[in-house]
Design a protein around this ligand. Structure first.
Ligand code: CP
Length: 331
């Protein structure tokens, strides 16, 4: 394996093999597997889990890491192509990223969607431009419309919870005061489809996931025996559901129009997950990638209750990323 940038680059069998390795490393630690190896972690956007779990994963395998937050203790890096650099950024990624890659054995990059031009975000323009500059092993730490490390941890969480392969997973939009990127919902949808699940995207009008994201998930579902559909009817979607995967994202009707998005979501504060959502799904578990705003996206009663699996998901970032690093840096 040379890169881990998209779960879609791997067959279902290859993903299952990575998960098996993650489980093996959980049970039989290999504290010297990556001795002498160094990973560079470049975060253009904030992180708690991804940052800490990658540093922990490298350390637990005997390797090391360094972290760059462009503009915070290092030069601010320009990502746009062809601009006149007379603003705050002192250096372009075209120089900065290859320099960083030359210091380490693998590089991880987090760069969120710009949230202005849907076609550009769907094409992963910024992440791919940086990826093309290096030939070292590369990990996507979350890009415009993808978060493969989260998706892999979520798949392991579903397995840990003994959720049936063909179980019903409802991916539900939830309220947030601001428009958030499509990376996690797109990755979770694709992951559940590739796992072979019955996936229902529950979202209000104006927040349908882009056709390209839905189509990709439908293709994965078709190959794995699963299904994908969408609805705005909560009761019907949740009836008998095994998992409610909660996520906040920005309006896709008028993508990038901040004022229109704000007006749309202002009427949707009731999309905060509460216990009464589960009347027809008593065994339903709740997943969220974190960070989550309590009593905004999910109520305390749900997050603190027995159906919440959010801590398990966050923990699983560590073993699955150890498996990814093992595959990237041992071969
Ligand atoms: N879920 C996730 O990626 O968390 P961070 O943004 O804290 O890394």
């Amino acid at each position: 394996m040379k890169r881990f940038v998209d779960l879609g680059d791997f067959s279902r069998e290859e993903v299952l093999s990575l998960l098996e390795l993650a489980r093996r490393l959980e049970k039989q630690p290999e504290p010297h597997a990556l001795a002498g190896k160094l990973m560079g972690l470049v975060f253009f956007n904030p992180s708690l889990r991804t940052l800490a779990s990658f540093q922990a994963a490298m350390a637990r395998l005997g390797g090391n890491s360094f972290v760059i937050n462009p503009g915070q203790g290092s030069w601010q890096l320009e990502t746009r192509i062809g601009v006149v650099m007379d603003g705050a950024a002192a250096e372009h990624v075209r120089e900065g990223i290859p320099v960083l890659a030359s210091y380490c054995d693998a590089l991880g990059i987090r760069v969120f969607a710009e949230g202005k031009d849907l076609a550009s975000d769907l094409a992963e323009t910024t992440f791919n431009a940086m990826a093309s500059l290096i030939d070292k092993p590369l990990v996507n730490l979350e890009s415009a419309v993808n978060h493969p490390c989260q998706a892999l941890a979520d798949w392991k969480t579903l397995d840990d919870l003994a959720v049936p392969r063909g179980g019903r997973l409802v991916l539900s939009w939830a309220y947030h005061p601001r428009a958030l990127p499509l990376a996690v919902p797109a990755a979770a949808l694709h992951m559940a489809a590739l796992r072979g699940m019955e996936v229902i995207v529950l979202r209000p009008e104006g927040f349908a996931l882009p056709a390209a994201i839905m189509e990709r998930a439908r293709r994965a579902a078709a190959a794995s025996g699963g299904s994908v559909r969408e609805t705005a009817e909560r009761a019907e979607a949740l009836e008998g559901a095994d998992v409610l995967y909660v996520k906040e994202w920005g309006a896709t009707d008028g993508y990038g129009d901040v004022a229109a998005d704000r007006a749309r979501r202002a009427a949707l504060t009731a999309w905060c997950v509460r216990e009464d959502w589960f009347a027809a799904a008593p065994e339903c578990r709740v997943m969220h990638c974190l960070p989550v705003r309590r009593n905004t996206a999910i109520a305390d009663e749900v997050l603190d209750g027995a159906r919440s699996a959010v801590q398990r998901e966050a923990y699983n970032r560590l073993p699955v990323q150890m498996a990814v690093l093992h595959q990237l840096l041992r071969s």
